[in-house]
Design a protein around this ligand. Sequence first.
Ligand SMILES: CC(C)(COP(=O)(O)OP(=O)(O)OC[C@H]1O[C@@H](n2cnc3c(N)ncnc32)[C@H](O)[C@@H]1OP(=O)(O)O)[C@@H](O)C(=O)NCCC(=O)NCCS
Length: 148
Amino acid sequence: MKQTLPRIRPFKTADLEAIVAILEANGQLVVPAVDGPVALRRVSQLTGAFFLVAELENRVVGMVRGVWDGSRALVHQLSVDPGYQRQGIGSALMRALAHRFREHGAPSLAVTATEKTSRFYERLGFAPTPVVFMIARDIQTVTGEADA
Ligand SMILES: CC(C)(COP(=O)(O)OP(=O)(O)OC[C@H]1O[C@@H](n2cnc3c(N)ncnc32)[C@H](O)[C@@H]1OP(=O)(O)O)[C@@H](O)C(=O)NCCC(=O)NCCS
């Protein structure tokens, strides 16, 4: 495997266009209210929300974002430009995020993996745990505002 050493730095607003293009190329921009540009801007402004990008020769080639609430640290999204995958960039982003969380006191780190990505996370030291991930796609079903 060719190891590329990207520069990992905090997100800035000028990265939005490149990141949205990467998420679209990876089929990860399914719900714009959750992962689109407005949400990404909000993530970058929240305390406890970490948002890093990987840059190679001034080109944004990947991003990772996650949250540390003082108790648990969770990776929310990781994405590497399809043209730059398998070069160590995803691992570099994950390590940089883990360092940030660690500096803020996080003892552990969790992520939701799929069958396709579990090998990648296992290589980084993650182990499966028997949980059922559940989602209310419309938050109003939980608040009780949705039509019955
Ligand atoms: C998953 C993802 C972030 C990995 O990023 P990456 O930069 O390609 O990963 P790395 O180069 O650091 O990979 C490290 C190791 O993980 C494993 N790995 C990575 N991608 C893999 C894949 N598609 N299939 C199997 N193993 C994989 C390999 O063991 C790899 O080492 P190797 O290349 O020496 O065999 C990237 O493929 C991606 O963005 N995928 C689409 C979006 C996605 O699924 N994101 C994660 C869920 S939010």
